[in-house]
Design a protein around this ligand. Structure first.
Ligand code: ST9
Ligand code: NDP
Length: 501
């Protein structure tokens, strides 16, 4: 059997979602570890006033591609952008491009999706299900297609506790749902969405489950593989540790904690957040393309021992609102208490301060957005799942020893505290674009915040005590009793130290 790199040599690969987090790492890894790959066709849309060409050119300037660029400055010649808006009929690919793709593509990686948890159902269905169907139809026209790899999510079936490496029956026949939603206006769809998604938490997991079923329907005509990553985090090693470029999932939580904004979160301390580094997911995906089978992958991160706070104390973010510190509890009331004391109260005080300085208040607005985001993650942070990963282990056993290193997806080799440290540094460097040379100033800022806190607490205690003493005889008695006790202790120690001298 050919090695993974040998398999991709001379092949033309089609990638959707190449401008996304995972897609970019996939493109980079293919170019780096499979240098003989013939061409990477990437489906890209114009966005935010930028043309497709401009977007691809910007993407290739990204630091992520540094090692590939150094190795081969002409690497961009292998990347062939194809204009495509996946939500349009026929993916809005021109007839000439359809001809071109039909004639040359050997492997398809379908990464594109909307991963927003609050996506309206119609749009999530359009992108995650209908576009997948369209891509499968296109794939059937490809004369030399060897594998179609679909990126799903380990949470597509999160309504189950134990998840096997099988495609479960869909919650509804996708074709019927598509037909019924077609004539409904957005308001009606919004009203019936909770009934439709049933015991799933959002339209994302619901439509990803439907997409898996749609892919499975083509298994007699195409060689399909489905990869189900869990929570994808910053890179472990490749192209360098800690690469991350978005606020999704844990990254937003880490940043909010590092900035001292997030101080409490509802999660089951005994549960695990199944985090997997993006480079491992990409290695697994490429190995799946080589083998073409059904995979999934997880790595447990304990909510109790998450190492995030200690990492940010060592490498603080700039201009933190408060010192990083997070209380994780599964108790709703305790969490609400901390939200009030640690989120809303400081936000109120800070906004009051801004108003007094003639500035626009902003902290309450930030906290409202944070609470919305955290609320959407709560479903995943409060429960535990069990995944079967026999196919992944089997795939690993099929790799040559060299490929096991070059396309490593063995999560047991990961050093958890070191990974989280690099992840936190990655959010600082690549998401927030903060300079590492500012760390001493950021530490100084944390010390200042600590002193402000001590001063505030002391003033508060003295103030409360004064109010108490003024109003209650009992409080005064206790106060005198404590003070006289302290004096007695002091005189005792002074007397005993004089005796020993
Ligand atoms: C210390 C404790 C440690 C505990 C350790 C463990 C932590 C683990 C946490 C559990 C995570 C569980 C995740 C489960 C994931 C399932 C995996 C998947 O399959 S799929 C993958 C999972 N999919 C997802 O994770 C998607 C989840 N995200 C969403 O659905 C939406 O973003 C939203 C609804 C949360 C907010 O919508 P909306 O209000 O409309 O806001 P927009 O989106 O339009 O963003 C506006 C701006 O804000 C920016 N920004 C965004 N977030 C944050 C943040 N947290 N902060 C700061 N900033 C943030 C954003 O960049 C943008 O900036 P700009 O461009 O304007 O400059
Ligand atoms: N991130 C995670 O934690 C996890 C992700 N996954 C899965 O991995 C895959 C990749 O996720 P990730 O990279 O994080 O997601 P991103 O949101 O970073 O990337 C999504 C990609 O899809 C493209 N896309 C979205 N809408 C359209 C459209 N209408 N037409 C053309 N392209 C479009 C985006 O292009 P554009 O740049 O133009 O917006 C982007 O390239 C998804 O299938 C997701 O379900 C699974 C588990 C966890």
């Amino acid at each position: 059997m050919a090695s993974v790199a040998e398999y991709y040599a001379g092949k033309s690969v089609l990638i959707t979602g190449a401008t996304g987090f995972m897609g970019k790492v996939l493109v980079e890894k293919l170019l780096w570890s499979c240098p003989e790959v013939k061409a990477l066709y990437i489906l890209v849309r114009p966005k935010a006033g930028q043309s497709m060409k401009q977007r691809v050119s910007d993407m290739m300037k990204c630091k992520l591609f540094d090692r590939v660029r150094e190795d081969n400055p002409d690497f961009h010649k292998k990347i062939i952008p194809i204009s495509s808006e996946l939500t349009q009929p026929g993916l809005s690919i021109s007839p000439e491009d359809v001809e071109k793709l039909s004639a040359c593509i050997n492997i398809v990686f379908h990464c594109a999706a909307t991963i927003r948890f609050d996506e309206p159902l119609k749009h999530a269905l359009q992108l995650n299900v209908i576009a997948t169907q369209e891509l499968l139809s296109l794939a059937q026209r490809m004369h030399h297609l060897e594998a179609f790899i679909h990126i799903s999510t380990a949470y597509a079936n999160c309504n189950r506790k134990h998840i096997d490496e099988v495609i479960y029956p869909p919650p509804v026949e996708p074709k019927k749902l598509i037909e019924s939603l077609e004539w409904m206006d957005d308001g009606i769809v919004q009203d019936i969405t909770p009934r439709l998604i049933g015991d799933r938490p959002n339209t994302y997991t619901y439509t990803k489950a439907l997409a898996e079923y749609v892919v499975q329907q083509e298994q007699d005509k195409l060689n399909i593989g489905i990869v189900r990553p869990s929570i994808v985090g910053a890179s472990w090693q490749e192209p360098f540790p800690g690469w991350i470029d978005n606020f999704n999932g844990p990254s937003g939580v880490f940043i909010a904690a590092g900035k001292g904004i997030l101080r409490t979160m509802r999660a089951n301390n005994d549960a695990v957040a199944d985090l997997i580094p993006v480079d491992m997911v990409v290695n697994l995906t490429l190995a799946a393309g080589w083998y073409t089978d059904l995979e999934e992958n997880i790595l447990p991160l304990s909510f109790r021992k998450h190492h995030v706070i200690s990492s940010f104390k060592r490498n603080p973010l700039e201009q933190a609102f408060r010192r990083p510190n997070a209380n994780i509890t599964s108790n709703y009331l305790i969490n609400q208490y901390w939200i009030l004391v640690s989120h809303k109260f400081p936000a109120f005080i800070y906004d009051l301060f801004l108003r007094l300085c003639g500035q626009k208040p902003q902290m309450m607005r930030i906290f409202n957005r944070l609470h919305k985001a955290i609320g959407l993650l709560e479903y995943f942070s409060s429960q535990d799942w069990e995944w079967n990963s026999e196919n992944m282990n089997m795939l690993m056993s099929q790799l040559t020893p060299e490929d096991r290193t070059a396309f490593n997806f063995d999560v047991r080799q990961l050093n958890w505290p070191e990974y989280i440290e690099n992840y936190c540094i990655g959010t600082k460097k690549y998401v927030l674009n903060e300079d590492m040379s500012d760390i001493p100033a950021a530490r100084q800022h944390l010390r200042k915040l600590r002193n402000i806190r001590y001063t505030f607490n002391t003033v508060l205690v003295v103030f409360i005590w004064r109010v108490f003493i003024a109003r209650s005889q009992m409080a005064r008695n206790i106060w005198y009793f404590v003070v006289s006790l302290c004096f007695k202790f002091l005189s005792y120690f002074r007397a005993s130290s004089t005796l020993t001298n």
